[in-house]
Design a protein around this ligand. Structure first.
Ligand SMILES: [Zn+2]
Ligand SMILES: [Zn+2]
Length: 342
């Protein structure tokens, strides 16, 4: 009972902050657009983002990086992204440790975030789910229903299916069973994505938003590659993939405006040999981006080895791919379109 009261107070505070949060969000969004356009001065009209209507409408599809790193504790949050649709946070892609803090630093409203896409169930991609679910639950009074997609179980039983993973956390006998009726009534519907035929499958179509998936490959860990499409814009998420997943990535990423690709290893032999059974080197990232014809590339899941070799990584990608290449940072926002300054 006491906890319920505390949560109610917390919720009240959050609601009071929303106007300020939205104004701050609009300012950051505007700045990001201007940076994208290479603008050096802010036009007077663009500065008017006060209490009235936003000076520019939100982009149809926008990416917010919550976590650009993992698994090492070296200053970046673990892999996690939010997709904003018409300016609203709607989809969470992976939930690495630290994503909760970054969401708070961004004053991100979680009220419309109900779709969760898990690329695989490694800790640096999934461990923050309980914290984010509870944050979502206390963000409103009404019922919350999550749609959760993730891989099926591994044959040897080492990795649970996503259904089992969710039940272990939030099910009737799960570790956090209490959350289902703690603040807002919380429920979830889980789909284990198998897609074994090497073709993209539509998982969800809702209000013009479409989520497609294809099986990835990450050595023994079942893995899924996702693509999100909305109003002619698209973002593809590779997750952690080894060479066996390259044809799948090329197929699903075809023509994406933005490819978010996990960049964990240097070109061989620059990284420990066993990592090449799990990840994709820069030269192949460049080739895949070129073959898929993607609009821009965001390198994610970065570590100190990649951070200290930006020039070499970029040169290797540039050997094949000539589009924009970005190195991700926590709290970075990436647009899927370039829009005129009003
Ligand atoms: Zn992994
Ligand atoms: Zn990983």
């Amino acid at each position: 009972m006491r906890e319920h009261t505390i949560e109610a107070m917390f919720r009240k505070n959050r609601e009071g902050r929303d106007d300020a949060d939205q104004q701050a969000q609009r300012r950051r969004l505007l700045a990001a657009i201007l940076v994208t356009l290479g603008a050096t001065t802010l036009p007077a009209m663009a500065l008017d983002t006060g209490s009235g209507a936003p000076a520019v409408p939100p982009p149809a599809l926008e990416l917010l990086v919550l976590g650009s790193g993992g698994p090492g504790a070296v200053g970046r949050a673990g892999a996690s992204f939010v997709v904003l649709v018409d300016g609203q946070a709607r989809l969470l892609v992976d939930a690495g440790a630290g994503a909760f803090v970054r969401a708070g630093e961004e004053h991100l409203s979680l009220r419309n975030l109900d779709i969760v896409l898990l690329t695989h169930l490694h800790i640096d991609h999934a461990s923050e789910l309980p914290g984010l679910f509870k944050a979502r639950a206390v963000s409103q009074r009404g019922p919350v229903q999550f749609r959760v997609f993730g891989p099926g179980a591994s044959r040897d039983g080492t990795y649970p299916s996503t259904t089992r993973f969710m039940d272990l956390l939030f099910g009737k006998h799960g570790a956090f069973a209490y959350l289902r009726d703690f603040s807002a009534p919380l429920s979830y519907r889980v789909s284990d994505v198998k897609a074994p035929d090497g073709r993209p499958h539509v998982l969800l179509e809702q209000d013009g938003l479409s989520v497609t998936a294809i099986a990835g490959h990450h050595r023994e860990a079942p893995a899924v590659i996702y693509r999100v499409d909305y109003r002619g814009r698209s973002i593809t998420f590779s997750g952690d993939i080894d060479p066996q997943a390259w044809p799948s990535l090329a197929a699903i990423a075809k023509g994406s405006d933005l490819l978010v690709v996990n960049s964990v290893v240097l070109d061989p032999p620059g990284s420990p040999p066993q990592l090449y059974e799990l990840h994709t080197p820069p030269r192949d990232i460049g080739r895949l981006a070129r073959d898929a014809g993607v609009g821009q590339l965001l390198l994610a899941h970065l570590n100190p080895a990649i951070d200290s070799a930006h020039d070499a990584v970029l040169a290797s990608i540039r050997a094949s791919y000539s589009g924009p290449v970005l190195f991700s940072e926590d709290r970075m926002r990436v647009q899927t379109e370039v829009r005129p300054v009003p």
